[in-house]
Design a binder for this molecule. Structure first.
Ligand code: GDP
Ligand code: GDP
Length: 455
């Protein structure tokens, strides 16, 4: 499971700076819920090839009185959602009472905490760091977030601390899961179908996720097996439809166990991002009554970054005027050009219209994302592509692309070997991507092209 890391500390210690350094600010998602003084920001970082979710909290001013007030807002939520906490302090300010209060709280929560002494630049390391040992949080990681110094060492320690987690909660909850839902099959059948396509239903609040989950599971042809695992609050539901196995990752909490209280909001960004990462295919729901909004695009960006297959469904298509429908269609075509490989469906989860057709796209996207590719085939496509349009000259030498082999699936990765491959221009990479996509009939999945220089 993708580790979740929260940045916590007083304002101005450098949390946003570190957040930007880790996530390069791409696609930050902002959670702004009523009652929060400052928003939480969510981003994804790639650390030594491992993805993690980073949460930046607004910060705790230190003017608040008492731990309840200072921890009442988004910091508390973020700590709750996180596996590890980066607690940042400011070397220029030295140790402050607010730091001590935050440390005390973190010790109580028992979350893995890393003490980050930031703004070490220009200071004597040992002297600047010394006062913070008093916080009793163990090792101190000195950083200069503005230059990214010390960040690698810090993040390596964080990742080392993130052991692959067992799916918490499954064992203790499986009993009531089973009794609460119809158990149509024994363990064996559940085992057999465990290899089904994992589909995540994702989208912002109120787009109709719960309605769609209920609709998909309520279909007559569907047999639901309940041996779900949980990820944060997402529920995994195994089912069978027309003899095919699926696992639905329900981020909307439709099948939430009744005895589990809503600790986090019904819609949680962490939950959504983790579900996307863990899925084979994501059905991203949009709301036709509201059109396409920024958060939809951010979520789509995350699906692409995660390399997941994608099916877009514009929900609440019922009851719209024809004019509005054609306007929406044009709007989507224009703004979703960056995911033009994905099918778009116009559905009504409420009435069931178009819902069954989603499966065709899911199946096609899944097969495109996971079917085996061979070195022979890929190399032949590459050679044809190069024959039709040779790569450009660089410093008077032609880039040579010799052969290609598969490097992974979901998303399909195509590794191309040649020389001067670092000089392959973006437009030529796009040309190759398009050519491979067409020749391999890959539909509904992002693909990755990687170059390797072999002299
Ligand atoms: P936040 O409120 O905790 O998110 O803090 P910011 O990231 O907004 O940083 C507050 C100020 O500290 C900004 O002016 C940053 O440029 C500066 N800052 C952040 N990290 C460093 C650092 O490592 N060294 C120095 N000298 N300044 C820093
Ligand atoms: P979620 O927050 O994404 O799980 O959204 P819900 O499934 O709870 O739906 C939010 C609201 O939209 C509810 O009032 C639903 O009845 C309504 N809704 C869901 N799907 C449709 C649809 O296809 N058409 C219309 N008109 N309303 C819908």
């Amino acid at each position: 499971m993708v580790p979740v890391i929260a940045l916590v500390g007083r304002p101005n210690v450098g949390k946003s700076t570190l957040f930007n350094c880790l996530t390069r600010s791409r696609d930050a998602l902002v959670a702004n819920y009523a009652g929060l003084t400052r928003d939480r920001k969510y981003g994804e970082a790639d650390i030594a090839g491992r993805r993690c979710i980073v949460i930046d909290t607004g910060g705790i001013s230190g003017d608040e009185t008492g731990i309840d007030t200072i921890m009442a807002g988004q910091s508390l939520q973020a700590i709750d959602e996180a596996d590890s906490v980066l607690f940042m302090v400011d070397c220029r300010d030295g140790l402050t009472p607010a730091d001590a209060m935050i440390a005390k709280h973190l010790r109580v929560t028992g979350k893995r905490t890393y003490l980050v002494a930031n703004k070490i630049d220009g200071l004597n390391h040992d002297l600047a760091v010394a006062p913070f040992y008093e916080l009793g949080l163990g090792d101190i990681y000195a950083t200069t977030a503005t230059h990214g110094r010390g960040v690698k060492t810090l993040m390596q320690a964080v990742l080392d601390g993130c052991e692959p987690q067992a799916t918490a909660g499954v064992a203790e909850n499986s009993e009531d899961e089973r009794s609460e839902n119809k158990t149509a099959a024994g363990e064996d059948t559940a085992e057999e179908i465990a290899g089904g396509i994992k589909i995540a239903i994702a989208g912002r609040p109120n787009v109709g996720k719960s309605t769609l989950v209920n609709r998909l599971l309520g279909e007559e042809r569907v047999v639901v097996y309940d041996l779900p695992g949980t990820t944060r609050d997402s529920i995994y539901i195994n089912y069978e439809r027309q003899g095919k196995a699926y696992t639905l990752i329900d981020t909307a909490g439709v099948r939430r166990r009744k005895n589990i209280k809503l600790t986090v909001e019904k819609f949680s960004i962490v939950k959504t991002l983790q579900a996307i990462d863990d899925a084979n295919v994501v059905i991203l729901l949009l709301d036709a009554s509201e059109g396409l909004v920024d958060q939809d695009l951010h979520l789509m960006g995350h699906v692409i970054d995660a390399g997941r297959a994608l099916v877009v469904a514009l929900n609440k298509w019922d009851g719209l005027e024809d004019d509005h429908k054609s306007y929406l269609k044009k709007e989507l075509e224009r703004r979703l050009r960056f995911v033009d490989f994905a099918d778009i469906h116009f559905i009504s989860a409420l009435h069931g219209t178009g819902v069954g057709h989603l499966y065709q796209s899911v199946e096609r996207a899944y097969h495109s994302a996971t079917d085996k590719l061979t070195t022979n085939h890929l190399t032949r496509i590459l050679q044809d592509a190069v024959g039709d349009h040779p790569p450009p000259l660089v410093h008077g030498h032609r880039i040579k692309l010799r052969y290609a082999h598969p490097g992974g699936h979901n998303p399909p990765i195509i590794v191309i070997h040649g020389n001067q491959t670092e000089a392959v221009p973006a437009h030529y990479r796009r040309y190759l991507e398009k050519t491979f996509r067409r020749a391999l009939e890959l539909h509904g999945t992002p693909i990755r092209i990687e170059f390797k220089t072999t002299e």
